[in-house]
Every structure is written in structure tokens, then in C-alpha cells.
Design a protein around this ligand. Structure first.
Ligand SMILES: *[C@@H]1O[C@H](CO)[C@@H](O)[C@H](O)[C@H]1NC(C)=O
Ligand SMILES: *[C@@H]1O[C@H](CO)[C@@H](O)[C@H](O)[C@H]1NC(C)=O
Ligand SMILES: *[C@@H]1O[C@H](CO)[C@@H](O)[C@H](O)[C@H]1NC(C)=O
Length: 358
């Protein structure tokens, strides 16, 4: 505690000394300390002096360009330099350099006669150059790899190159830029490779931080569409249609089969119906024909010649009795025929029909 008490007055005296020095230094200020401007534009610096002064000088890159008395007008070596009082009184002087050139780059120094000394600021002058995409109005095939080269020449510092396709910024990983010093400027070459899809406006932009708007170059990329590959379409159409045809065929076959089955069923029904019907009708016709037969037997009885009669088994069997019982034979044959006919009628209706025709 004793030690601390003893230290305080010591520290205080040192601080007062330092603060006094600071105050003296702070009496003269040069702002801003670092100025970056584009070639052709202007740069301004302010010197503010707190306290009386008589004479001020400004040097650019080591050359004295302006002298300013505390009273009266400044004297400049060129119309490009000026020193004007800013605000009231003589405390503030604004120094300006117009139509900047690259040679103005470097230190800007302000000196105030007396205790104020010298202050230095930094001036950087940038230079914008040209930009162009090599080869104009290109025509490429669809899906072709396009390699476009953009050249930015006469820039300081090296230009920052970017690309846009139809206004959309291209990712910086998709192009390569190399800078080459050319005297006191830089030339940059940027190569962008991409796939041609459709007509595209390709723009290459070059920029430096003092440039309000990038310098750009555009080309219209005309992409010729690939001829349509019909083989795939044809293959698809053919396979599809053949499949459809197959399906139709199968459906047709199934339909026909069903129809035939139905027809068969109805045909069989019809047949059954017809068979029963014909049986019935046969029965009826046999009855009518039976009568006709009776007429026939009557006719045969009267008109059948002996030779015909000899053909029948009856005549052979009864060879001796040929004359003995012709009438009875005839009547027997007739009766036998009738009996046979009756048998036929029951068992074999078709055979019976034959007989009736005869
Ligand atoms: C001045 O500014 C430029 C660009 O803004 C920078 O590159 C440079 O380092 C600065 N210089 C100093 C001394 O601050
Ligand atoms: C210099 O000071 C004036 C007045 O205060 C001000 O209008 C001007 O912007 C300043 N210029 C710079 C470069 O700081
Ligand atoms: C950029 O250059 C590097 C090295 O030469 C290479 O590997 C890369 O593929 C290039 N990229 C483009 C987009 O051209």
C-alpha cells in the first residue's frame, strides 16, 4: 500500500508530459491517410492545423506542387492541383489532385512551417483497361463443349474477371484466369469452358474496386440444335404398337372362342331339339308312309313279275312249292315285308325311309 501511494505522483507527472506531447501532435492532421482512386478522377486531402501557422506546402511523389500561405491564395505548379480553405478561418486546407495519373501514385505530403512538421498520406491510382471475348458471333452444335477466352488488357491492378451466361453469374470454379504483367499494367486471360445447351449471351466482365461498373464484353452464342434422333422414337412406337396388336389379337381369339362355344352350345341345343322333333315327325311320317306301303304291297301283289319274286329268299327256299303256293308266298312275302317294315320302323328309322323311297 505504501509503495502504491508513493508511485501515484510519479505516474501522474509522466502522464501530463505525454499528454502535452500528444496535444502538440494532434494540432496538425492530414486526412485521409490512404486514398485509392481511378485514373482520370480526383483525390482530396484535408490538412487541419490547430494553432497559428504561416506557410504550408504539398508534395506529390516527392514533387512540390502547391504552396499555401496562411493568408491569401495558394500557388500551384499545375491546374491539376489546388489548395482551398475549407470552412471558416485558416485552420483547414483542402488539397486536391484532378485528372489523376498512375504517376501520381505514392505519398502525398503536407508540411506546415514551425512545430507542426510533416504528415504523409498514401495515394493509389488504379487503371482500367479493355476487355474482349476472342472471336465474335459463334455458332456451335448443341451439347458441344465451348471454350471461350476473355482477354482484359491494360489494367492496374490486375482485373477481377467474372462471367455471366444469359445474365446469370458463373461460379468462379468454372473458369481459369491468369494475369501477366505488361509494363506497368496487367493483362488477364480467362478461359471458361461450358456445355452449349441453347442460344446464350456470354458476357465477360472485368473489374477493379474503384470502378463503379465493370467493363464488359459479350458474344452471342448460337447453338444449333441436334437433329432429332428418330430411331428411338420409331423403336418405341413400333414396340408399343406391336404389343397393342398382340393384346388385340389375344382379345380377338378369346372372344371368338367364347362365341364359338356359345354357338356350339346353342347348336347342340338346336340339334337336340331338332332330333326330338324329327323323331316325333318321323313317327308321324312313318305312319303315313305305312299306308303308302300298304298300297305298294298291294301293287306288288298284283304286278311283281316272277323273276323278281325268284330273287327273294322265299322263292329259293320254296323252290318246289313255286307253283303250289304262289299266292300264299306272295301274301307271306307281303306280310313278311310288312313285319320287316314294322321292325325297321322301330329300330332304324333311316333305313325305313330308304325303303319307302324305293
Ligand atoms: C491503402 O488502401 C489500399 C487499397 O484499399 C491497400 O491495398 C493498402 O494496403 C492501403 N495502404 C495502407 C498504408 O493502409
Ligand atoms: C475536408 O473537409 C471538408 C470540410 O470539413 C469536408 O467537406 C470534406 O469532405 C473533407 N474532405 C476530405 C477528403 O476528407
Ligand atoms: C483450371 O486450370 C487447372 C490447372 O491448369 C485445371 O486443373 C482446371 O481443370 C482448370 N479449370 C477450368 C474450369 O478450366
Amino acid at each position: 500500500m505504501i509503495v502504491f501511494h508513493n508511485i501515484w505522483p510519479y505516474l501522474l507527472s509522466h502522464c501530463l508530459l505525454l499528454c502535452a506531447t500528444e496535444a502538440v501532435i494532434d494540432q496538425f492532421q492530414l486526412e485521409p491517410a490512404n486514398v485509392t482512386q481511378l485514373q482520370g478522377s480526383a483525390a482530396q486531402f484535408n490538412a487541419t492545423v490547430q494553432g497559428p501557422w504561416s506557410f504550408m506546402t504539398w508534395t506529390v511523389s516527392g514533387l512540390l506542387v502547391v504552396t499555401v500561405p496562411s493568408e491569401g491564395n495558394a500557388t500551384s505548379t499545375s491546374s491539376r492541383f489546388s489548395a482551398l480553405r475549407c470552412g471558416n478561418g485558416s485552420s483547414c486546407v483542402e488539397f486536391a489532385i484532378y485528372n489523376l495519373t498512375r504517376q501520381d501514385s505514392g505519398s502525398v505530403t503536407c508540411s506546415v512551417q514551425g512545430v507542426y512538421g510533416t504528415k504523409t498520406a498514401q495515394l493509389n491510382v488504379q487503371e482500367s483497361g479493355s476487355v474482349s471475348i476472342l472471336g465474335s458471333g459463334r455458332t456451335v452444335k448443341q451439347d458441344e463443349q465451348v471454350e471461350l477466352q476473355c482477354e482484359a488488357a491494360g489494367w492496374f491492378p490486375p482485373a477481377t474477371i467474372s462471367w455471366t451466361l444469359n445474365g446469370y453469374t458463373v461460379n468462379s470454379s468454372l473458369f481459369n484466369t491468369t494475369d501477366v504483367a505488361d509494363g506497368d499494367t496487367y493483362n488477364s486471360t480467362s478461359v471458361h469452358t461450358f456445355l452449349a445447351v441453347h442460344n446464350t449471351t456470354v458476357t465477360c466482365l472485368a473489374s477493379i474496386d474503384t470502378l463503379q461498373k465493370p467493363v464488359s464484353s459479350s458474344v452471342q452464342l448460337v447453338v444449333v440444335p441436334k437433329p432429332t434422333d428418330w430411331t428411338v422414337l420409331i423403336a418405341v412406337v413400333v414396340s408399343f404398337s406391336s404389343f397393342a396388336l398382340l393384346v388385340l389379337l389375344i382379345i380377338g381369339v378369346i372372344f371368338c372362342y367364347k362365341r364359338r362355344k356359345e354357338k356350339e352350345a346353342t347348336y347342340q341345343e338346336e340339334m337336340m331339339r331338332q332330333r326330338t322333333h324329327s323323331q316325333l315327325s318321323n313317327r308321324s311320317t312313318s305312319q303315313t308312309q305305312g299306308q303308302v306301303n300298304q298300297v305298294f304291297t298291294i301293287d306288288g301283289q298284283t304286278s311283281l313279275p316272277s323273276s323278281v319274286r325268284s330273287d327273294s329268299g322265299f322263292s329259293q327256299n320254296n323252290g318246289l312249292a313255286l307253283y303250289e303256293q304262289p299266292a300264299s308266298e306272295n301274301s307271306l312275302a307281303g306280310n313278311g315285308y310288312n313285319a320287316a317294315y314294322n321292325n325297321f320302323e322301330l329300330g332304324f328309322p333311316k333305313k325305313h325311309r330308304h325303303v319307302t323311297i324305293v
